[in-house]
Design a protein around this ligand. Structure first.
Ligand SMILES: Cc1cc2nc3c(=O)[nH]c(=O)nc-3n(C[C@H](O)[C@H](O)[C@H](O)COP(=O)(O)OP(=O)(O)OC[C@H]3O[C@@H](n4cnc5c(N)ncnc54)[C@H](O)[C@@H]3O)c2cc1C
Length: 261
C-alpha cells in the first residue's frame, strides 16, 4: 500500500496523518518549521454556532473524528455577568505531529514530493497553510494574522464579548498555563493590534509579562475552505481561517475515506 506523504505539520496535515495511521496507512509528515504558522497559536476551541449553516456538515463530521483521534473535551468560560458558556475543545498541542521530518518540501507532483534533494513517492497531501499557493499556482489565498499570549499559572476560564462573532478568552489550554486570545485577524498586522490584544488580556486579569507569544497567520481562501485533488495521487487543502480544528478534521476524513483508494 502506498505511504501518505504530508506537506505541513499544522492542524490540517497532522490530523490527516493521524487519521491515516488509524486506518493502518503509513504517514510521513514533512514540516519546514516556517515562522508564523497558524496552528501553534490556536486556542483549539470550537462550537456549532461558530460553524454556522455553511460549515455545519464539516462540524458534525469533525466532532466525531476529533473525538475518536484525540477525545473532545468541554470547557466552561465565565462571562463578566457570571453567565457560563460551554465550548468544545481539543488542545492543538495534542493534535500537532510531535516529530515531523524537518525538511522544506521544494517540489510536488503526481504522487511524489521532493525534500532535501530526495524524491519520495506515495499519496501526497499538501497541507501547507498560507504557503499552499507555492504548490497550486493561481490559488487565491491570503493570510490574516493574530497573536495569542500564554501566561504562567492556571486561571479560571473567562470570556468577554468584543463584537459580533468575536470574543476574548482566557483558559487553561495546556497544564500549568493560561492561554489568551482575542480573535484579532488582520491582513496588515501592526504594533497597535498587539498592544490592544495585551490590553484585553490585562482586562481579564492577565497583567504580568506573558511567558510566550504565539503569532500565527490564518489561511483564507476566496469562496470558502479549499480541498482539491490537484493530480491523480496528490491533494491540497487549506483555508482553515478561524476554524482550522474542525476543517482539518473534516478534510482528513474526506481524504482518507473518500479520495484515497
Ligand atoms: C491566534 C490564532 C488563534 C486561533 N484560534 C483557533 C481556534 O480556537 N480554533 C480553531 O479551530 N482555529 C483557530 N485558529 C485558526 C487555525 O489555527 C488555522 O485555521 C489552522 O491552524 C490552519 O492550519 P494549517 O495546517 O492549514 O496551517 P498551518 O498551521 O500554518 O501549518 C502549515 C504548515 O506547513 C508548513 N509548510 C509550509 N510550506 C512548507 C514546505 N514547502 N515544506 C515543508 N513544510 C511546509 C509550515 O511550516 C506550517 O507548519 C487560530 C489561529 C490563530 C492565528
Amino acid at each position: 500500500m502506498p505511504v501518505l506523504l504530508v506537506v505541513g505539520a499544522g492542524l490540517f496535515g497532522s490530523q490527516a496523518a493521524a487519521y491515516a495511521r488509524q486506518k493502518g496507512i503509513e504517514a510521513r509528515v514533512f514540516d519546514a518549521a516556517l515562522p508564523n504558522a497558524a496552528s501553534p497559536a490556536a486556542a483549539g476551541l470550537f462550537k456549532e454556532a461558530w460553524a454556522g449553516r455553511k460549515l455545519q456538515k464539516h462540524f458534525h463530521r469533525a466532532v466525531a473524528v476529533l473525538d475518536r483521534l484525540y477525545g473532545v473535551r468541554h470547557v466552561d468560560l465565565t462571562h463578566d455577568d457570571g453567565r457560563k458558556e460551554s465550548f468544545l475543545f481539543v488542545p492543538p498541542t495534542t493534535i500537532l505531529e510531535a516529530n515531523p521530518i524537518k525538511q522544506d518540501v521544494t517540489a510536488v507532483g503526481d504522487g511524489w514530493l521532493e525534500a532535501a534533494g530526495q524524491r519520495h513517492e506515495g499519496w501526497v497531501y499538501v497541507a501547507a497553510g498560507v504557503w499552499a499557493a507555492r504548490f497550486c499556482p493561481g490559488l487565491d489565498i491570503y493570510g490574516k494574522a493574530g497573536t495569542s499570549f500564554v501566561f504562567t499559572g492556571e486561571r479560571v476560564g473567562r470570556i468577554r464579548h468584543i463584537e459580533y462573532g468575536r470574543q476574548a478568552v482566557a483558559f487553561v489550554r495546556d497544564p500549568g498555563f493560561t492561554h489568551f486570545g482575542d480573535g484579532t485577524a488582520e491582513r496588515v498586522y501592526t504594533d497597535e493590534h498587539e498592544r490592544q490584544t495585551l490590553e484585553r488580556a490585562a482586562g481579564l486579569g492577565l497583567t504580568e509579562t506573558p511567558a510566550r507569544r504565539l503569532h500565527g497567520i490564518r489561511p483564507y481562501t476566496k469562496g470558502g475552505p479549499f480541498f482539491r485533488r490537484i493530480a491523480d495521487r496528490t491533494w491540497l487543502a487549506t483555508g482553515g481561517r478561524k476554524m482550522g480544528t474542525i476543517l482539518g478534521a473534516s478534510f482528513a476524513q474526506k481524504l482518507i475515506e473518500e479520495e484515497i483508494h
